[in-house]
Design a protein around this ligand. Structure first.
Ligand code: AMP
Length: 248
């Protein structure tokens, strides 16, 4: 089974996000960028599939500026075989990403596309679902476990209050959730080896996809600040304060 793994370069999850003063977006100048954490999980899963002999070839794809090649390189150091970098400096919305991925699927013919459940920068949670619809493939979202049996996958899905287990026939689109696995750190020899793995450079035009935006961000605002708490001496004072505030 050939596996395609889309990886997005996003603001590192440890970075404290600053909203621009004109509220047009978040400030990305000089901040650390990394692979979307859910994509690290899908890369890990694809590599484990390859180690288990379930995946025959693994390919990482990233759509975005020059530096996305570094994100692809990270996935190659974790064990992915090769990369495709679709270069553009424009902001690419989930629908356009899904259209580019569809064109790559038609060219590469993978049996499985393994995406993150969402990108932590825009929290869209749309790309996998749109890709499945464009391809007419079954999808399993929020995967917490994935097992291949014959021509299908059994996927445990994280749902409110438990796990739903479903079977999807291949080819399929799967989006991964946090508890699927714990991604590995790339070893130094593997980082060196990754430098020799190929990355194809492409553009959205190569796939005939119009990436012009369909959405306009009207405003991005910081969450409201929290007011300071009050210390109480004992439970009795707590109860009377809660009554005063009308909480109980
Ligand atoms: P989203 O729908 O934006 O929340 O993203 C969900 C998933 O789609 C991500 O975890 C990635 O696997 C994939 N994805 C989104 N945007 C890109 C991109 N520019 N390049 C590669 N993969 C992407």
């Amino acid at each position: 089974m050939k596996v395609l793994v889309p990886v997005k370069r996003v603001l590192d999850f440890n970075v404290k996000v600053r909203v621009k003063s004109d509220q047009s977006g978040v400030d990305l100048a000089n901040v650390k960028m990394s692979m979307n954490p859910f994509d690290e999980i899908s890369v890990e899963e694809a590599v484990r599939m390859q180690e288990a002999g379930t995946a025959t070839e693994t390919i990482a794809v990233s759509i975005g500026p020059e530096k996305c090649a570094e994100t692809i390189r990270t996935s190659l150091a974790m064990g992915i075989d090769r990369g495709i970098h679709v270069k553009t400096d424009a902001e690419v919305e989930p629908l356009a990403v899904a259209k580019i991925l569809k064109a790559i699927v038609e060219e590469e013919k993978p049996e499985l596309v393994l995406l993150g459940k969402q990108a932590i920068d825009d929290d869209s949670n749309q790309t996998g679902q749109m890709l499945a619809a464009l391809l007419g493939w079954p999808q399993a979202t929020f995967a917490n476990s994935i097992t291949k049996d014959g021509d299908s996958l059994t996927v445990g899905r994280e749902v409110d209050g438990g796990i739903q287990t479903i079977k999807v026939s291949l080819p399929a689109v799967v989006t991964v959730d946090l508890r699927l696995n714990e991604p590995r750190y790339a070893s130094l020899p593997n980082i060196m080896k990754a430098k020799r793995k190929p990355i194809d450079a492409k553009t959205p035009d190569d796939y005939g996809v119009d990436i012009s935006p369909r959405l306009t961000t009207l405003k991005v605002a910081e969450p409201a600040g929290r007011t300071a708490g009050v210390k109480v001496a004992d439970a009795a004072e707590l109860v009377s304060k809660l009554k005063e505030e009308g909480v109980i």
